[in-house]
Design a protein around this ligand. Structure first.
Ligand code: CUA
Length: 313
């Protein structure tokens, strides 16, 4: 057993996560030690110097210079030790290596968008190669969000109007969970993303051809996946309840009037336009807050959404 492994959080999956855990667990054990040490001292004192009779008078002690120095100076050194240990890790965790790959992260209610060096973009799914340093340059399009990867022991606020950075080197292949850790409105708890730590070959394939599942899945299943993972579910329900946007239940084939008074029918073209130019198809009774997914969904994903909407009855 490694005593400095953190058993309270998911397994450490990036380079400096181990440093964070080491210091964290050191403080935990130190605290546990002093809890019992101080508790034992108190019990000892209570028993040894207890009042034995009603007439007993306690000595009047004003201070004890020697003991006061001891209990000030020893903790001072302990705390300084913790500070320098933490500071060393802090510098290491916040200064990215020069050869790190830069990925631009855009947060908006309530999705994470990733843009790779070659211009590829993805929503809520971030692909990174194993054992290569990655630097995230992050900003927000609306309110303050926070990018939190528990297994990397990393969290940083994502702020409108300025860039914040994070870097890591993933050391474990597989999928890591990302949370938004700053309350940002109704869809906050759904603002999730995943980091896929790929082998170099998987990563190359991803850049060239996109997600394997996007290429091979039946359209309807793909549409459902897009609905769940790319932010649709935050505003559009499947059971007829009204959210920020209209429910998808039974919406296929529906007719109505747009905010401009023009009639519309929910068909493939209407859905396609809603996804790419939502402001052009604002419907009466709904706020025009739907973001555009232009450049964020592949053509096949849009076809999937259309098939999926058809199937929600
Ligand atoms: Cu974004 Cu909470």
């Amino acid at each position: 057993m490694n005593w400095f492994q953190n058993w309270m959080l998911p397994k450490a999956a990036a380079t400096h996560a181990g440093d964070v855990d080491g210091l964290y667990m050191f403080i935990v054990y130190l605290t546990i030690f002093f809890f019992f040490f101080n508790g034992a001292l108190i019990l000892y004192a209570v028993r040894k110097w207890r009042r034995r009779s009603a007439k007993e008078v306690t000595p009047h002690i004003t201070h004890n210079t020697k003991m006061e120095l001891i209990w000030s100076i020893i903790p001072l050194f302990v705390v300084m030790g913790i500070f320098f240990w933490g500071f060393k890790g802090y510098v290491k965790a916040w200064v990215p290596p020069n050869d790190s790959m830069e990925i631009v992260v855009t947060a908006k209610k309530w999705v994470w968008q990733f843009e790779y060096p070659d211009g590829t973009r993805t929503l809520n799914d971030l692909h990174v190669p194993l054992n290569k340093p990655v630097k995230l340059v992050m900003h927000s399009e609306d309110v303050i969000h926070s990018f939190f990867v528990p297994s990397f022991r990393l969290k940083r606020d994502v702020i409108p109007g300025r860039y914040t950075e994070l870097w890591f080197t993933p050391t474990e292949p597989g999928v890591q969970q990302v949370f938004c850790a700053e309350y940002c409105g109704k869809g906050h708890s759904d603002m999730l993303a995943r980091i896929f730590v790929d082998t170099p070959e998987q990563y190359e394939t991803f850049l060239r051809e996109g997600d394997e599942q996007v290429r091979k899945m039946p359209l309807k299943d793909l549409g459902k996946l897009v609905y769940e993972n790319k932010g649709c579910a935050t505003c559009h329900s499947l059971d007829g309840t009204r959210g920020q946007g209209p429910s998808w239940k039974g919406i296929w084939g529906e007719t109505g009037k747009g905010a401009d008074g023009k009639p519309y029918t929910v068909d493939a073209n209407y859905i396609r336009q809603s996804v790419l130019q939502p402001q052009a198809v604002v419907v009466q009774g709904f706020e025009p807050i739907m973001p555009t997914f232009q450049g964020l969904l592949r053509e096949r994903e849009i076809l999937g959404v259309i098939e999926f909407i058809k199937s929600v009855k």
